[in-house]
Design a protein around this ligand. Structure first.
Ligand code: NAP
Length: 290
């Protein structure tokens, strides 16, 4: 356990990723206040040592740093507004959500107009990776504020990439990373589907690529999930992947000549509409492997 004490911290958003971040901080001995829009997620036994708040205002009252981890641009901007206009403003709002650069810029401006420092910090890694202390944190914001929250990253573990003072830069790099992952999953999807339902071929391909310079932990993880057809429960919901891909497509100004982007968007949308239950990102392959 990292023994350095942190100031009071609040966390808004206890979805799959937010609750893993909360659990990791609690396991490192951090005093944490928590709030979630729907109250049942606060009752998670893994978060029993945190202080549950009934409003964002109450959480701000208790916290010098407020962290948030919510689904998308709209949710992040709503939460940022509530924090920035609170009667008890924290010093810092740090957002772990994956959002568009435009929304991040709006949030930073609104926070600054209300004398709060906004730090953008999208995350590379699923909840289990966060819990293992191995996630990647892409940090962008004003240097003094970023320096002040360094002890937080010592508690979270993993790697920190500082991407400069403009908070939207971290959003852009995160979207590029997720696009790259989507291309990998899309490629694996088509290869494993084309190899047919013969598990021997799929296993042989994954074994050979794993031993070659083209192999990577990403290919092993998603190759395994796709070949075993493990598409649920979602650790990273396909709808969140779809959201990130749409934000990435905005960076291409909708130019239809980005053929790969259009193809991956089509795969995701077909997979998402072909089932009535939530799919993991690996489920991008589900409609081809039926
Ligand atoms: N899961 C991953 O592996 C992963 C990895 C990297 C990045 N991310 C990113 O991290 C963010 C959170 O992902 P997640 O997997 O934790 O998503 P999730 O499980 O779907 O949780 C979404 C969270 O956002 C909250 N929320 C949605 N709209 C809100 C609003 N208007 N006001 C307040 N709260 C709102 C939800 O509250 P309710 O419970 O009330 O619905 C819930 O706590 C997303 O931006 C995602 O792209 C996720």
């Amino acid at each position: 356990m990292n023994t350095r004490r942190l100031p009071n911290i609040g966390l808004v958003g206890l979805g799959a990723l937010g609750s893993a971040i909360a659990e990791k901080l609690i396991s490192e001995g951090t005093a944490l206040s928590i709030w979630n829009r729907s109250s049942e997620k606060v009752d998670n036994p893994a978060l029993k040592d945190a202080t549950a708040c009934s409003t964002i205002e109450e959480l701000c009252q208790r916290s010098m740093w407020v962290l948030s981890c919510v689904s998308d641009d709209g949710a992040m901007l709503q939460v940022n507004r509530a924090i920035a206009t609170s009667d008890n403003k924290p010093a810092v709002h740090l957002s772990f959500s994956s959002c568009s650069p435009t929304a991040v810029q709006q949030a930073a401006t609104h926070a600054s107009d209300n004398s709060i420092s906004f730090i953008n910090c999208p995350v590379l890694g699923r909840p289990d990776v966060v819990l293992a202390g191995k996630a990647g944190y892409l940090v962008a914001g004003e240097t003094p504020s970023v320096k002040s929250i360094e002890p937080l990253f010592a508690k979270l573990g993993g790697t920190v990439s500082y991407l400069g003072e403009n908070s939207e830069h971290a959003a852009t790099i995160k979207l590029a990373m997720n696009y790259f992952i989507a291309l990998t999953i899309g490629g694996l999807t088509e290869i494993l589907a084309a190899l047919g339902h013969d598990q021997t071929n799929a296993d042989a391909f994954l074994d050979v690529i794993g031993k070659s310079p083209a192999g990577s932990p990403l290919i092993s993880l998603f190759g395994g999930l796709i070949s075993r057809q493990e598409f649920s429960p979602p650790l990273f919901d396909l709808q969140l992947a779809q959201k990130d891909l749409n934000y990435f497509a905005d960076l291409t100004s909708g130019n239809p000549d980005y053929f790969l982007c259009s193809a991956i968007k089509k795969h995701i949308s077909t997979a998402a509409t072909s089932t009535d239950h939530a799919l993991d990102w690996s489920g991008l392959a589900s409609h081809l492997l039926k």
